[in-house]
Design a protein around this ligand. Structure first.
Ligand code: NDP
Length: 373
């Protein structure tokens, strides 16, 4: 891989030019390739996206996929290659959580790493190459009472015989301006994704649940010191996780501590903290801040139709099936355990295969023994 330009900002990805010295088994350089997200701006409703797919038009398909993170777009690649001509309703901020990540170093196939938005640009280009229609709209509501399933987005009705729900989960944030400004520059919501960049650095983790303790423990592999900041003096996390952290010499727990501001211009340099009991403020030096205050699965439109568990995640039956025949579920919208791009992508692949087989079983598509997955 040579050059990449931000996919969703600059709207092109260039693999030409300065090819790195070839390893003995290196594949031939990829041909020059430009990724066009249908850059021509169109009039949109207030708050809508600044562009829509060039393939906007169809409103009916054998398969509609809701969501455009790794799960949704992988499902689209598989479904499109199986001639299902899927429509992806991508959301008004397409691309999922990787759009908020800078370097991605654990996605296989990119030995030099890749920027999160660039990776999602590649997913999308690959899905569109095989005939997926991607529309950057949020769905407002759905009716799954009968087939075709019906979905509404910005006043347009979409119909599909099968549906894959891959709407993901969103990390919860503190809501500070400084946190938003420095996201991807030291502020992160994913230790597995970004911990590696904090080798021998001093960092902080916000939260008092199991995720915060798990992330803090993971981060001690890299960081010289991990400060855990929790707004109360009691933890939601299991006792064993708290005890383990207390025993870890690299972890220091600060209770009754709120984060008021993330300090730094170009990158995180410290935090302004507040004692939640006394109101007293102080500053702490830190190179990074990990927010671990929970995730919210994006299930709003489906709650009347699909079962959710106690944490609000969709419930799957037997791999990717939901309780409604023809409705499949993939990615972080049901998976709160792994939450990785590669696991979500794998899930999207499984959902597409399950959807295709189901459509075949219903006689909606012809048996396609030639499908080259
Ligand atoms: P939780 O809801 O359990 O904990 C969230 C934490 O974030 C709480 O301590 C909460 O504080 C704090 N918090 C929430 N909002 C804010 C805010 N605005 N400012 C500061 N702090 C805030 O979420 P988790 O992600 O930790 O866990 C979710 C579920 O997943 C849990 O059931 C957990 O057990 C499970 N899990 C299990 C793991 C395992 O078994 N290995 C690993 C990770 C998660 P407060 O307590 O004051 O409300």
């Amino acid at each position: 891989m040579s050059k990449q330009t931000p996919a969703f900002g600059g709207l092109s990805i260039d693999f030409s030019g300065d090819t790195a010295p070839a390893a003995p088994f290196a594949p031939a350089p990829l041909p020059e390739m430009a990724i066009d997200f249908g850059a021509a701006p169109v009039a949109t409703a207030p708050g809508g996206p600044s562009f829509v797919s060039a393939h906007e038009g169809r409103t009916e398909s054998k398969l509609i996929i809701v969501g455009s993170g790794p799960a949704g777009l992988t499902a689209a690649i598989y479904a499109a290659r199986a001639n299902l001509e899927p429509i992806v309703l991508a959301g008004s901020t397409p691309g999922g959580q990787l759009m908020l990540t800078s370097d991605v170093e654990n996605y296989p196939g990119f030995p030099d790493g890749i920027q999160g938005p660039d990776l999602m640009g590649l997913f999308r280009a690959q899905a569109e190459r095989f005939g997926t229609q991607v529309v950057d709209v949020d769905i407002d509501r759905v009716d799954l009472s009968q087939r075709p399933f019906r979905l509404w987005a910005r006043g347009i009705e979409y119909k599909a015989q099968a549906l894959i729900v891959a709407t993901g989960a969103s990390a919860m944030w503190l809501g500070l301006d400084s946190e938003t400004r420095l996201r991807g520059r030291g502020v992160s919501a994913c230790a597995t994704c970004d911990g590696f960049f904090f080798r021998d650095k001093e960092i902080a983790v916000v939260g008092g649940g199991d995720t915060a303790f798990e992330e803090a423990s993971y981060l001690t592999r890299f960081a010289s010191k991990v400060h855990m900041l929790h707004r109360r003096d009691e933890f939601r996390a299991s006792r064993i996780m708290v005890e383990r952290a207390r025993m870890n010499p690299k972890i220091e727990i600060h209770t009754n501590t709120g984060v008021e501001e993330v300090l730094g211009d170009e990158k995180v340099t410290g935090l302004r903290l507040k004692d939640t009991e006394t109101g007293k403020e102080r500053e702490m030096t830190a190179d990074g801040l990990f927010i671990a205050i929970g995730h919210r699965p994006n299930t709003e439109a489906f709650r009347d139709w699909l079962e959710v568990d106690v944490k609000g995640y969709l419930v799957v039956r037997d791999k990717t099936n939901s309780d409604i025949e023809g409705v499949f579920i993939a990615g972080d919208v049901h998976d709160h355990r792994y939450r990785q791009a590669v696991t979500a992508a794998g899930d999207g692949c499984m959902a597409a295969i399950d959807a295709e087989r189901w459509l075949e079983s219903q006689g909606i598509t012809e048996a396609n023994t030639l499908t080259a997955w």
